[in-house]
Design a protein around this ligand. Structure first.
Ligand code: UDP
Ligand code: MG
Length: 322
């Protein structure tokens, strides 16, 4: 049984060496047969040379390096495409995903689970972040078909058939959390306490998080459009009732000419609602725009492994090294 560890790395020069040592030691300890697939997501520090060194020193290490930063989603996709294992574990390079937990995952995989998910507790997080996350998941689960769970991220083990299923989903706008949930199969979850990032900085800024959250909401299904429709209908009903009331008042008390404020508020509010809904439709159109281009998810600059950006085109079996 071969376990592939897929590791997206973006500017991780400070920690990648330690990560490698830690994971290798951990997996060797239990005698697991494994390979490491590093994906350098266009780092502009010394991540790539370090990966090359690591690969030269250890035949179980492979790397794929992107021509520029394509984002973690693309990096994970590349890693999954290049992983040959019977099961694949996706891990961050910053040691926030404790390598010890891989044993637990492999054990549960042995018990027949296709997806073994490590769910981080929010212990140690800032209160604001915890609360935002909670509110976000409550909202998103209303609007998305698949169940998304707070604290569940990309740290998980996927069986071969799950990986193949994920690779079938070739969409350009990738929201892995949703994709993994969409795929399904036998899934189990266990909790772990998140370690603080030891070196370097998190690449998540508030703006990026906001966009990611929006992506999750929109790139998955069209329920927000449905919601917009309902809001529109609701507004029409409210307007109708208000109109009836105005007419009623005019019939009983006669006509005067009030309502400057009412008029202004109504017009601006409705304009706002319309802009939001247009924006919503625009988001979907934008996504269609990117999907129909059918551009590759990433471009490879350097690798020590057989490379293709087309899922399933990869030759199975014998691994050819350059
Ligand atoms: N990462 C990546 N491309 C990016 C941003 C991040 O491959 O554009 C990698 C990064 O190297 C790390 C993982 O994704 O291994 C998670 O990134 P980070 O630690 O910054 O995110 P956080 O843990 O704060 O969610
Ligand atoms: Mg991190």
């Amino acid at each position: 049984m071969l376990i592939s560890i897929v590791v997206p790395c973006f500017n991780e020069e400070e920690i990648i060496g330690r990560f490698h040592a830690h994971v290798t030691a951990e997996l060797s300890r239990s005698g697991t047969e494994f390979e490491l697939v590093y994906v350098d997501d266009g780092s502009h520090d010394r991540t790539l040379p370090l990966l090359e060194e690591m690969a030269a020193a250890d035949s179980r290490t492979r790397y794929v390096s992107f021509s520029r930063n394509f984002g973690k989603e693309a990096a994970m996709l590349a890693g999954l495409q290049h992983a040959d294992g019977d099961a694949v574990v996706i891990m961050d390079a910053d040691l926030q995903h404790p390598p010890e937990l891989v044993h637990r995952m492999i054990q549960l995989y042995g018990e027949g689970y296709d997806q073994v998910i490590a769910r981080r507790t929010r212990k140690g997080d800032r209160v604001t972040r915890t609360l935002t996350a909670r509110a976000y998941y409550r909202l998103i689960n209303r609007l998305v078909d698949v169940e998304l769970v707070d604290g569940v991220g990309d740290f998980r083990l996927l069986s071969r058939r799950t990986v193949d299923a994920v690779l079938e989903l070739t969409e350009y706008n990738r929201f892995s959390k949703g994709l993994f949930a969409w795929v399904g199969f036998r899934t189990t979850t266990f909790a772990y306490e998140n370690a603080a990032r030891e070196q370097g900085r998190s690449k998540w800024t508030f703006g990026k998080l906001l966009n990611y959250g929006l992506d999750g909401l929109l790139s998955f299904n069209d329920k927000p459009l449905r919601a917009a429709l309902y809001v529109g209908l609701l507004l029409v009903c409210v307007a109708g009732a208000y109109a009836a009331w105005i007419v009623g008042v005019a019939l009983v008390h006669g006509v005067d000419t009030p309502g400057y404020v009412t008029l202004l508020v109504t017009v601006t509010a409705l304009a706002g609602v319309q802009m939001v809904m247009l924006g919503l439709i625009g988001e979907y159109v934008g996504r269609i725009y990117y999907e129909v281009k059918r551009r590759p998810h990433f471009l490879v600059k350097a690798t020590n492994t057989t490379s293709t950006s087309v899922p399933h085109a990869k030759p199975r079996g014998e691994l050819v090294r350059r």
